[in-house]
Design a protein around this ligand. Structure first.
Ligand code: 5GP
Ligand code: ZN
Length: 137
């Protein structure tokens, strides 16, 4: 199902032109308009899902296989030195377009460390709390 007024539905289904580097029956892979690095691309399912919570398992499985294959192809074509897969869900997590997508981000020696975070510390108290909570679901 497509969603009216969703820009990624319109791009994924070819209603709005995009720089497409791969397409099949289920997905379109396009270059990001605001790239974090040279070659930054987005995997868009042609069907609309707001986020990972809504995504069906068949599309989830296919999306990750596609990410794996795109990482190999893009690394060969672009000569990058590493690769990040990023996938944001919810405003607090940095999602700005509410149509599920995966970021394919080539990394190059010496590029900006734009995905870095300061590691915290896993205390025994928090560890036990999480282990208990995860048993309830
Ligand atoms: P999010 O922040 O939701 O994880 O990622 C949205 C991404 O989509 C951003 O990296 C942004 O640059 C990209 N983007 C937003 N609108 C468009 C568009 O119309 N075309 C393309 N190619 N990329 C877009
Ligand atoms: Zn959509």
């Amino acid at each position: 199902m497509k969603k009216e007024d969703c820009i990624f539905c319109r791009i994924a289904n070819g209603e709005i032109p995009s720089a497409t580097i791969y397409e099949d029956a289920d997905f379109r892979v396009i270059l990001d308009l605001g790239p974090a690095s040279k070659g930054h691309a987005l995997i868009l399912p042609k069907e609309h899902f707001d986020n990972i919570y809504e995504l069906d398992e068949d599309t989830a499985a296919k999306a990750f296989v596609l990410a794996k294959n795109m990482a190999g192809k893009m690394t060969e074509a672009l000569g990058c030195d590493g690769f990040n897969i990023v996938q944001n869900n919810g405003t607090v997590a940095g999602q700005t377009v509410f149509h599920f997508h995966m970021h394919l981000i080539p990394r190059y020696e010496g590029d900006a460390d734009f995905l870095h975070w300061e590691p915290g510390r896993l205390t025994d108290e928090v560890k036990e709390e999480i282990l208990e909570k995860m048993k309830t679901v």
